[in-house]
Design a protein around this ligand. Structure first.
Ligand code: FAD
Length: 402
C-alpha cells in the first residue's frame, strides 16, 4: 500500500492465445483454474490454455458464500467432498498463497424432533465414512453460539456440527490457482468467450472464440450456470437446470459470530467475514433463469431468518446483494465425465455447493482429461447414472431449499 501499488508483479501472466494447445480448459472459475493447475502439476501437461469469457473468478466462484464442509450422506459424496476438504487444509501451503481458510465449524440446526432424527442419522453416516461430526443438544448449541434467540419461533433442539468445516476467501482460491497454473506454464486468457466447438468425425478439434480459432484435441469444460448452453453447441444434452442463487452481506461490525450456522427452518445461513460483514445465504429462486440478479422476496426471507436466529442483528443494514447462476442436476450430485464427443470432458452440476469442491473437482477433471479414465473418487459422478438410475441423491445435504 505504501508504494501506491506501483511496481507490483502481476500474480499471473495475462496471455494472448496461441493457435494450438495440448489441452484447453473452458471457464475461469475455481473448477477450471484448479483443473489447469493439476493438469500441469499432477500430469506434466503444461501447454494448456484456460479460456475465460469475463475475468477469472467473476462467476459463481467470486459470488458464493464460501462455506466449506464435507457433511454428505452417501459414501461416494462423503469421500469426494472430504478429499476436497483435505486439499483445502493444505492449499495455502501448496499454492504458497493465503486462501484464508478458517476451520471455524459448521452448525446445521435441528428445529423439530424429526430434523433431530435426521441429523443423528447424518452424524452416524459421516462417522462411518470417516468424517468428523458431532451431535449437540439445544443447551450445547447455545453455549457454543452466544446470541442465539432464546425465545425462537422455531425451537432449536440441537445441531450437527462439523468442526473441520468453515470458510475461505473465494477470490484468493481463484487467484492462487491462477498464479500456480501460470507459473507452471498455463496461459490464462481472460475476455475470451468460447462461441463454438470444432468437431470432426466425432472428435474434438478445438474451439471458436472471440479471439479466433484455437485448436486442441483435448477440451475440458467447467462453466457452471452455462453448462447446458455451451455443451449444446457440441451437441451434448445435459440433465441440468439453471437457477439464480442469491447472497447478501450486512454492513461490517466487530467480531460477533465465530462459526457458520445454517437453519433449515428459516432457510437462512450466515457467517462473519474477516472484514466484519455478515455473509448471508438463502434458497434458490424457484424458477429457471439466466438472469444474474436478485429479487426482493428472498432478501426479505433472508432478513427475517437472520433476525429470527439473532434478534440482536435486527438493526443491521444490508450492504450488498447479488446473485450467481447455479446448475442443478436431478440428484444434486455433480457430473465429471467424458461425453459422446472424443476428447471433450465436462465438470458440471455443482449446484449450490461447488466452492467447497473446487480442489477435488479440478483434481478429478485433470485426471480424466490426462488419462481418459475417471478418477476413482469420481466414478459415481457419471452421466450414465441418469440412464441407469444409479443416482446419488444429496438434495438434503445442501441444507437450503432446492
Ligand atoms: P464459476 O465460478 O461460475 O466459473 C465458470 C466460469 O465460466 C465463469 O467465470 C464464466 O464467466 C465462464 N464461462 C461461461 N461461459 C463461458 C464461455 N462460453 N466461454 C468462456 N468462459 C465461459 N458453494 C459452496 O461450496 N459453498 C457455498 O457457501 C456456496 N454458496 C453459494 C452462494 C451463491 C450466491 C452462489 C451463486 C453459489 C454458491 N455456491 C457455494 C456454489 C459455488 O459457487 C459454485 O458451485 C462454484 O463456484 C462453481 O464453480 P465453477 O468454477 O464451476 O463456476
Amino acid at each position: 500500500g505504501l508504494n501506491g501499488q506501483r511496481g507490483w508483479e502481476p500474480a499471473w501472466r495475462d496471455a494472448r492465445p496461441r493457435a494450438h494447445y495440448d489441452a484447453i480448459v473452458v471457464g475461469g472459475g475455481g473448477h477450471g483454474l484448479a483443473t489447469a493447475y493439476y493438469l500441469a502439476k499432477n500430469h506434466g501437461i503444461t501447454n494448456v490454455a484456460l479460456l475465460e469469457r469475463g475475468w477469472i473468478g467473476g462467476g459463481n466462484t467470486g459470488r458464493n458464500t464460501t462455506v466449506i464442509r464435507s457433511n454428505y450422506f452417501f459414501p461416494e459424496t462423503a469421500a469426494f467432498f472430504d478429499f476436497a476438504l483435505k486439499l483445502y487444509e493444505g492449499l495455502s501451503q501448496d499454492l504458497n498463497y493465503n486462501i484464508m481458510f478458517s476451520q471455524r465449524g459448521m452448525w446445521f440446526l435441528g428445529h423439530d424432533r424429526h430434523a433431530m432424527e435426521m441429523l443423528s442419522r447424518s452424524v452416524n453416516a459421516m462417522l462411518l465414512n470417516g468424517v468428523d461430526a458431532e451431535l449437540h443438544d439445544g443447551d450445547s448449541v447455545r453455549r457454543h453460539i452466544p446470541g442465539l434467540n432464546d425465545r425462537p419461533r422455531f425451537p432449536i433442539l440441537g445441531a450437527l456440527n462439523q468442526p473441520r468445516g468453515g470458510t475461505a476467501r473465494h477470490d484468493a482460491v481463484a487467484w492462487g490457482y491462477a498464479r500456480g497454473a501460470s507459473r507452471l506454464g498455463v496461459d490464462i486468457i481472460q475476455n475470451c468467450e468460447v462461441r463454438d466447438f470444432i468437431i470432426e468425425a466425432g472428435q474434438m478439434r478445438g474451439v471458436e472464440t472471440s479471439f479466433g480459432t484455437i485448436r486442441s484435441d483435448l477440451v475440458g469444460m467447467a462453466v457452471a450456470g452455462h453448462s447446458t448452453v455451451l455443451a449444446a453447441k457440441a451437441g451434448v444434452r445435459l440433465p441440468i437446470s439453471s437457477y439464480a442463487l442469491q447472497a447478501f452481506v450486512s454492513e461490517p461490525v466487530k467480531p460477533c459470530l465465530d462459526t457458520v450456522i445454517l437453519s433449515p427452518a428459516t432457510g437462512t445461513y450466515l457467517s462473519q467475514s474477516d472484514k466484519g460483514e455478515l455473509v448471508i445465504g438463502a434458497g434458490l429462486d424457484m424458477f429457471l433463469s439466466y438472469a444474474q440478479r436478485g429479487s426482493l422476496p428472498w432478501m426479505e426471507r433472508a432478513a427475517a431468518g437472520v433476525v429470527e436466529l439473532f434478534p440482536a442483528f435486527s438493526r443491521m443494514r444490508f450492504l450488498r446483494q447479488w446473485a450467481g447462476l447455479v446448475d442443478i442436476t436431478h440428484d444434486s450430485t455433480p457430473i465429471i465425465d467424458k461425453t459422446k464427443i472424443g476428447g471433450f470432458y465436462i465438470s458440471a452440476g455443482w449446484g449450490t455447493g461447488g466452492f467447497k469442491a473446487i480442489p477435488a473437482g479440478g483434481w478429478c477433471l485433470a485426471h480424466l482429461m490426462a488419462t481418459g479414465r475417471s478418477h476413482p473418487l469420481a466414478t459415481g459422478f457419471c452421466l450414465d447414472r441418469f440412464r441407469s438410475g444409479a443416482l446419488i441423491d444429496e438434495a438434503s445435504a445442501s441444507g437450503i431449499s432446492h
